[in-house]
Design a protein around this ligand. Sequence first.
Ligand code: SF4
Length: 195
Amino acid sequence: MGIEEKLPAGFLLTTVEQVAGYMRKSSVWPATFGLACCAIEMMAVGTPDYDIARFGMERFSATPRQADLMIVAGRVSQKMAPVVRQVYDQMPEPKWVIAMGVCASSGGMFNNYAIVQGVDHIVPVDVYLPGCPPRPEMLLNAILVLHDQIQNSKLGVNRVAAARAAEEAALRATPTQLMAATHDHGVSTGRSLLA
Ligand code: SF4
């Protein structure tokens, strides 16, 4: 018999972390922000067909000070990079970033000196969304993934412990050049390219 059986009906047991996570994930406001073609798909999630209002997120804030989600929709030019960072800095904590599309995630097909090769060079990214452009449904899925992250994020000493564990896991991870090939091109041996 657990404590739940001893309590009168109507009691709900949870943790402060879970309550804070629930409130935070249910009150995310994106910044009004679009850089290139991906922004058109981002705007589409505000239409009745996709209905981002189901999450209470239809209110795209016109000022970063009233936004806690930056959806980087489009390629980031070197010229825009300081502006993106300034907008991010002006958003209050806690805040989150979705890199929408292959350009924002990695520079995409624009492998040149004019484009930042991944917005994670200038702001920390929580969710990477692939595609060129990603469909509005894919952005909604990325938002659900982010909601899940927010719901399960740690607070206080748990947050410090989680950050340490993530850092240690990253240090233990196998570098990509040492990973076995995931598919055969006819010549791959899956051995280290450094060997
Ligand atoms: S990923 Fe494709 S649609 Fe999005 S900004 Fe880049 S080129 Fe445009």
